[in-house]
Write a protein that binds this ligand. Structure first.
Ligand code: CS2
Length: 458
């Protein structure tokens, strides 16, 4: 029997339920309703709804696959969120998601929903590649025409024509200056495709920056079976996560938003110090563990961080390479942050797979590693051995023919790895005509270091 509004009363008492009227006049449309959104923004919004403020509902949009729609729509949008920590598990039903639509077949409904007077926010977790950036950082218009850009811009044109106010477009992805990037890319789309919208967009819409943090592994079939045994209902949309959660948002909204601060969200003037620390320390360490960990024979993050050699490299990356490039705010203690991250990585209950993190490296390592390398190089520091070791493992990962490489640049990277070697390989990937977005141009010493590590990997 599936979890749904009709069956919610069958849940055991230790499973929390929404307990509020799940309809309301305040609405957000979210692009990219994967596991992360359901453990983060949707959970913060559910907590606000439970607090008794005006109820906010979310329409989730999947860009391509109907999987999440098939998981959640038969369940009336309900799903459980289970926190796994050393202390055990805690499961609660989330009520903030009203419906899931799919960008292709449901395009007109999505446009209508964003263009409705009840909609105040459009939010995004479309992953790094969902922003459709070319290697030089500009918008790739051909790719973007299959992304969220045309849908959002059509809906905004309708709002303008109807005399409705603009919207806050809130990026919740792991990009540096995610809101600024979204604003710049959205303007590139508008200038190319609907230039008459540009002035209205500039004066009526905002794109706040935000830093998002919660480790959310992709659920496994065993996770769902174990949950069903425990709660007595089948939840095809169940999510499992850690206790830690953080969301820091630039306070720059065009209209109403949930009172997220009541649920622990930090609304600040400048997100940059939090975001840089998170991307360079947490995500930077994650990517190192992902590529080096798999080469060391590990499957999960908690196994890789227990490997003494990798643990030393991770600490070095965080404290000696990334931390000196971060302009920390007064309330940030980067050494304590690094310790807290190691403890989070050690959580054995999460079973966070390294191959999940290894996906889309070409889109991730720019903000995680290459910005650090560029800044350290400009500052004249000695070479960053931990990050460069990570790069060797990444090149080894993308060049391997034995396993599939899940990356939009996989074909181009594999071709370069097959056709070039030595300094030409490093130059082709990161050099002047970089294959991936790279603010860093490797020095001879850095190139030699990477190539020596790569040779060790065979
Ligand atoms: C991870 C992130 O998969 C990845 O690339 O590094 O999803 C990470 O778990 C989150 O950013 C944590 O907030």
């Amino acid at each position: 029997m599936r979890l749904s509004e009709a069956n919610i009363g069958r849940l055991p008492d230790n499973v929390g339920v929404p307990g509020y009227e799940r309809s309301g006049a305040r609405h957000a449309v979210h692009f990219g309703i994967g596991a992360f959104h359901r453990a983060h923004q949707a959970a913060f919004t559910d907590a606000c709804n439970r607090d008794g403020g005006p109820t906010w509902t979310i329409t989730g949009v999947s860009m391509r696959s109907a999987t999440v729609a098939e998981q959640l729509n038969p369940q009336d949008g309900l799903y459980t969120l289970t926190i796994r920590s050393g202390d055990g598990t805690d499961t609660r039903v989330m009520g903030s998601v009203a419906q899931v639509l799919v960008a292709g077949p449901d395009r007109e409904t999505i446009v209508e929903r964003i263009a409705s007077p009840d909609c105040h926010l459009v939010t995004f977790t479309v992953t790094e590649k969902g922003y459709c950036r070319a290697p030089d950082g500009s918008l790739d218009l051909a790719l973007a025409s299959d992304g969220f850009y045309p849908i959002v811009s059509d809906a905004l044109s309708r709002r303008r024509d109807a005399g409705l106010p603009g919207l806050s477009l809130l990026s919740c992805d792991n990009l540096s200056g995610n809101g600024k990037q979204l604003g710049r890319l959205m303007r590139e789309w508008i200038d190319a495709k609907s230039p008459d919208l540009r002035n209205w967009f500039d004066s009526e819409c905002t794109t706040p920056d935000s830093m998002v943090d919660r480790i959310v592994p992709a659920p496994s079939p065993d996770d769902l079976d174990e949950l069903e045994q425990r709660i007595g209902l089948r939840d095809e949309g169940a999510i499992f996560t850690e206790g830690f959660t953080q969301w820091v948002i630039e306070d720059d909204f065009a209209g109403p938003r949930p009172a997220w601060e009541d649920a622990g969200v930090q609304l600040v003037g400048d997100v940059a110090p939090y975001e840089t620390a998170k991307l360079r320390m947490l995500n930077g360490a994650h990517s190192l563990l992902a590529y080096a960990g798999q080469d060391h024979g590990h499957t999960y993050v908690h196994q890789a961080i227990a490997d003494p050699q990798l643990r030393t490299l991770v600490r070095r990356l965080m404290l000696e390479e990334a931390a000196p490039t971060i302009d920390a705010g007064e309330d940030q203690d980067l050494a304590a942050y690094a310790e807290q991250l190691v403890t989070r990585f050690e959580n054995p209950a999460l079973n966070h797979r390294l191959d999940q993190i290894a996906m889309d490296g070409s889109q991730k390592i720019g903000q995680r590693w290459l910005e650090v390398l560029a800044e350290q190089q400009n500052g004249g520091a000695s070479i960053c051995e931990a990050i460069l070791t990570g790069i060797a493992h990444w090149l080894h990962h993308v060049s391997a023919k034995a396993r599939p490489v899940d990356d939009p640049q996989a074909d181009a990277l594999q071709r370069v790895c097959a056709e070039t070697s030595g300094p030409e390989l490093v130059e082709a990937v990161f050099g002047t005509h970089a294959l991936i977005q790279s603010p860093w141009r490797p020095s001879d010493a850095e190139t030699d270091f990477i190539l020596a590590r790569l040779r060790d990997l065979g």
